[in-house]
Design a protein around this ligand. Structure first.
Ligand SMILES: [Zn+2]
Ligand SMILES: [Zn+2]
Length: 131
């Protein structure tokens, strides 16, 4: 007798993949890669949590690790910068930090009109009215 795969056991049913969206990087993660942050029911994936910790280390004086979005290293950014000055962009949301390079920061800001649209920063970057 063949038993049908139980719906309560995703690993037993091929093709069924459960994904949870991380509110920080907006990427779909396996639920096992997402953990609860604090007591407010905020969820964060391991990737973002790792980078949050790197950002904290950077604020404490450690060299910037690179961009968490495109994965470029700080050394590579240094090579690309003609004057040796690399701008790293620190974004924070609900107390969680994200480190982005200039490119990714620009894209991120565009995607987050909800966060920046009504600020002076958003106005300067012409984000108003794109809602
Ligand atoms: Zn994430
Ligand atoms: Zn980047």
């Amino acid at each position: 007798m063949i038993k049908p795969p139980s719906p309560a056991n995703p690993s037993g049913s091929p093709g069924f993949v459960l994904r949870e969206k991380c509110p920080y990087c907006s990427k779909w993660r396996h639920p096992r890669e997402v953990m609860k942050l604090g007591t407010g029911g905020v969820r964060i994936c391991w990737h973002c949590w790792e980078w949050h910790r790197k950002a904290m280390a950077m604020l404490a004086g450690a060299p910037p690790p690179g961009c968490q979005e495109c994965g470029v290293t700080f050394a590579a950014l240094m090579e690309r910068a003609p004057d040796g000055n690399v701008g790293m962009y620190l974004h924070s949301k609900d107390g969680v930090y994200q480190i982005l390079c200039r490119n990714c920061s620009g894209q991120y800001v565009r995607k987050r009109v909800d966060l920046y649209g009504n600020t002076l920063f958003g106005e300067r970057n012409k984000l108003k009215g794109t809602k």
